[in-house]
Design a protein around this ligand. Structure first.
Ligand code: ARG
Length: 588
């Protein structure tokens, strides 16, 4: 018997429906989690809702249902409470058997999906030659975690980096490159042109102050679009340079993503406009080719169009997204496409989704989802900036987190009079620092803005990465202290649940699949963070000498059973953190 919590809920619902009799087969048993664990685990409220329809007292209906209800495989004898609630309490023997089952399962009771799909997660997606800012960091961290969860579920996930590697800004950049690094255009080798962000700034300055430069830049755009060899060479050089800088961030964050930038869809842009024309949606508006939208108006209240081809013939961000959408549906055969960007782009997504649907490019079995997120704010509640008011370079931000994690660690080692090797210190500092940044982001409901605070994210107390990592390392400490190899506890051990903290921990451990299922649906990784945080609190209560139980000093067979609970907690934390993109430490 290895039923997950979700399957159990279904079985209880079926049993309830069966007990009503055939004529009420369609009725919802209204099964909810019990409001107070004293009354049991679940509560069915159906008797109250049927009362009016049947013209009977709810308590009478409840007893009629309970008389026929057979849930003896999982539950104690059901009880009727208050006006007619049916309370269901899981049998301890059932819970024990469930824990034994997940103990033997490397997926900890989380089944793979029965309907694996090809899903695309479009995330990170910085722009070439512009800096990768905190918004891209948020997209990278959230997108990676979402992709990890879907992959774990058994979906076929394509992680795409929709890099902004095309557009009129390249005219300016290439013109400037010709000016300052003429040799870049003739050598075949990659050239280090240094910090691209300041390069971009200088190019922009030249562009703004010099009309002749502007004209050359415009010609350069035309040459790029026509595929002139030397211009393409310069474009590639700029992309290469950016790519190297982005890769440093991805390596630090341990994130994998496949680059498929905007330029990839270039050849497909004219047909987007042609096909929109064929479908009768395309309208000319002030020289531009547009599609009018429902539900979007401008400040004057007039209907607003989505521009797909500018009056100068050029295409834009929306045209590229429409082309990418078609490619992803037709070529990649994606059934769900998830876009992770800041909520400032919500209109853009709603608009091109609407156009694609109107054009009938989105089959019924394809889901398009924009996953928006809020801003990253500084501790002053304003847009996140350095002290001098510049935007923060991501590399500096991540390095700073590691430096601070290291300082905290060194202070703690001193206090505890511990000697550790440099290798240990730098590994712990790096994992704690990077995890702190990731976890701070993931543990917030993504739709809200969040305040970036090193002090908060590195705090050992509270819902933070250091706290979670520490909870894991502490359990590993139990195994070291007792000389126990968790992996060798054996599959034949019998889990015994006696103490209330044991029962509470056990029930919580069995909820992982439901939590992961909800993240898959709602794409809110903070739900997983909350679960892991609650789990470690439940563990602390169980392991607390006063509130909970003895573990290493307990008599057999309780000792082994409790060690299994420790091991299951540690494995759940490790799996959960891995799905958030966080690596655990055995010791810290
Ligand atoms: N490059 C864009 C930006 O920095 C994000 C791209 C998101 N993905 C997409 N398919 N539009 O804002």
């Amino acid at each position: 018997m290895n039923a997950t919590q979700e399957q159990l809920r279904l079985k209880l619902e079926q049993a309830l429906v069966a007990a009503f009799g055939d004529e009420y087969a369609g009725v919802d048993p209204i099964l909810v989690t019990a409001s107070n664990p004293k009354f049991g685990d679940y509560q069915a409220n159906v008797a109250l809702s049927l009362s009016k329809r049947l013209g009977q007292q709810p308590r009478a209906i409840a007893s009629a249902i309970v008389e026929k209800l057979d849930v003896s495989d999982f539950c104690e004898t059901p009880e009727i409470a208050g006006p007619g609630f049916i309370n269901l309490k899981l049998k301890v023997a059932y819970l024990e058997a469930q824990l034994n089952a997940i103990q033997a399962d490397s997926r900890l009771g989380v089944p793979k999906t029965e309907t694996p799909k090809r899903e695309i997660v479009d995330f990170s997606s910085p722009n070439i030659a512009k800096e990768m800012h905190v918004g891209h960091l948020r997209s990278t961290i959230l997108g990676d975690s979402i992709a990890r969860i879907l992959e774990f579920q058994g979906h076929d996930v394509l992680r795409l980096n929709h890099v902004g590697d095309w557009g009129t800004q390249f005219g300016m950049l290439i013109t400037y490159l010709r000016e300052v690094y003429p040799e870049a255009l003739t050598t075949a080798n990659a050239l280090d042109i240094g910090d691209l962000v300041s390069f971009y700034r200088k190019a922009k300055q030249r562009f703004d102050e010099d009309e002749a430069f502007q004209e050359t830049a415009r010609q350069e755009v035309v040459r790029l679009q026509a595929g002139a060899e030397d211009t393409l060479h310069a474009w590639k050089l700029l992309c290469e340079q950016s790519r190297r800088e982005f890769q440093i961030i991805y390596d630090l964050l341990d994130v994998q993503v496949i680059e498929r930038g905007e330029s990839f869809y270039n050849p497909l842009l004219p047909s987007v406009v042609e096909d929109l024309a064929k479908s009768g949606l395309l309208v000319e508006n002030q020289g531009a080719q547009v599609v009018f939208l429902e539900g979007f108006t401008n400040r004057e209240g007039e209907p607003m169009p989505l521009i797909v081809q500018k009056s100068d013939g050029g295409y834009n961000y929306a045209t590229t997204d429409l082309a990418a959408l078609r490619y992803r549906i037709q070529q990649d055969e994606a059934k769900r496409i998830i876009y992770v960007t800041d909520s400032g782009q919500s209109n853009h997504f709603a608009q091109f989704f609407q156009v694609a649907r109107k054009a009938e490019w989105v089959p019924n079995d394809v889901e398009l989802v924009h996953v928006p997120f809020g801003l990253v704010l500084g501790e002053d509640g304003k847009k996140f900036k350095t002290r001098s008011g510049d935007t923060v370079r991501l590399r500096d931000l991540l390095d700073e987190a590691v430096i601070r994690a290291r300082a905290d660690l060194e202070a703690r080692l001193k206090e505890e009079e511990r000697e550790e090797t440099e290798e240990f210190i730098s590994e712990v500092a790096e994992i704690v620092g990077i995890s702190a940044v990731k976890y701070a982001d993931l543990s917030q409901n993504r739709t809200s803005d969040y305040i970036f605070s090193y002090d908060k994210m590195l705090d050992l107390k509270g819902n933070t990465a250091p706290y979670m990592l520490y909870a894991y390392a502490r359990i590993q400490g139990i195994s070291r202290k007792g000389g126990i190899n968790f992996a060798e506890l054996g599959e034949n051990v019998k889990v015994l649940l006696q103490h209330e903290t044991e029962l509470a921990l056990a029930k919580f451990l069995l909820q992982l699949d439901g939590v992961i299922g909800s993240v898959e649906q709602e794409l809110l990784p903070n739900r997983l963070c909350e679960y892991l945080y609650e789990l470690s609190k439940k563990f602390n209560q169980f392991y607390d000498r006063n509130q909970g139980v003895r573990v290493l000093e307990a008599e057999e067979p309780l000792r082994t059973s409790r060690l299994v609970l420790c091991d299951l907690t540690a494995r759940t934390l490790r799996l959960g953190l891995d799905l958030l993109g966080i690596r655990v430490l055995e010791r810290m």
